[in-house]
Design a protein around this ligand. Structure first.
Ligand code: UP5
Ligand code: MG
Length: 190
């Protein structure tokens, strides 16, 4: 018999909407492994891989790295974890990402957690973060917002049409957002 397919929750929302922050909370309470596609790409960039320069330039420009690179990194990380429950944060970001993950893994997400946040608030958060990310400057942020609106929101709409989106008001304080997040994971366990 084939192994049971892993449980995957996609965590989506604009730059600075709080995906990484809330994933850390979910891990603590619900035993998922958190895989940030952006973190995996940044690690790959810094590992001296042949794709490093391409990844660096695309991130600075807010562009979406080709699916073959990102899906491979996600699959390796899933295998390495030994877990069977994953929060995939910041992926899929466009239709190509979505279709590639689905055809390579055969996995459909359990649901899609969508952090809905106004652009002014996201911009403020990203500019205040100060963790040295090459794309946390006003020029890169404007590009990230544009790509998010043009390419990523349509993926969320696609999942919404399948009844899979769990939308959260991400403009609230961290603790309040987590209260809302918790409900979706608690009801999943019922
Ligand atoms: N903060 C968080 N929640 C808050 C709250 N409720 N109230 C007040 N402050 C809050 O949070 C951002 C900041 O806000 C932090 O300082 C936090 O303390 C504060 P964070 O949790 O980091 O938000 P997050 O949504 O994770 O923001 P991030 O900047 O990581 O989102 P992006 O989607 O822009 O970044 P990601 O790393 O996913 O992708 C970066 C780039 O990688 C992309 O632009 C793209 O070029 C590339 N990429 C791909 O090509 N393909 C992929 O599949 C993924 C990424
Ligand atoms: Mg993040």
């Amino acid at each position: 018999l084939p192994d049971k397919k892993p449980t995957v929750v996609f965590v989506l929302g604009g730059p600075g909407s709080g995906k990484g922050t809330q994933c850390a909370n979910i891990v603590q309470h619900f035993g998922y492994t958190h895989l940030s596609a952006g973190d995996l790409l940044r690690a790959e960039q810094n590992s001296g891989s042949e794709n490093g320069e391409m990844i660096k330039n695309m991130i600075k420009d807010g562009q979406i790295v080709p699916s073959e690179v990102t899906v491979k990194l996600l699959l390796w990380a899933m295998e390495e974890s030994g877990n069977d429950k994953f929060l995939i944060d910041g992926f899929p970001r466009n239709e190509e990402n979505r279709a590639a993950f689905e055809s390579v893994t055969g996995i459909e997400p359990e649901f899609v957690l969508f952090f809905d946040c106004p652009e002014e608030e996201m911009e403020k958060r990203v500019l205040n973060r100060n963790q040295g990310r090459a794309d946390d400057n006003i020029e890169s942020i404007r590009k990230r917002f544009k790509v998010y609106t043009q390419s990523s929101l349509p993926v969320i709409e696609y999942y919404d049409s399948k009844g899979k989106v769990r939308k959260i008001d991400a403009s609230k304080p961290v603790e309040e957002v987590f209260e809302a997040v918790k409900e979706f994971f608690t009801s999943l366990d019922d």
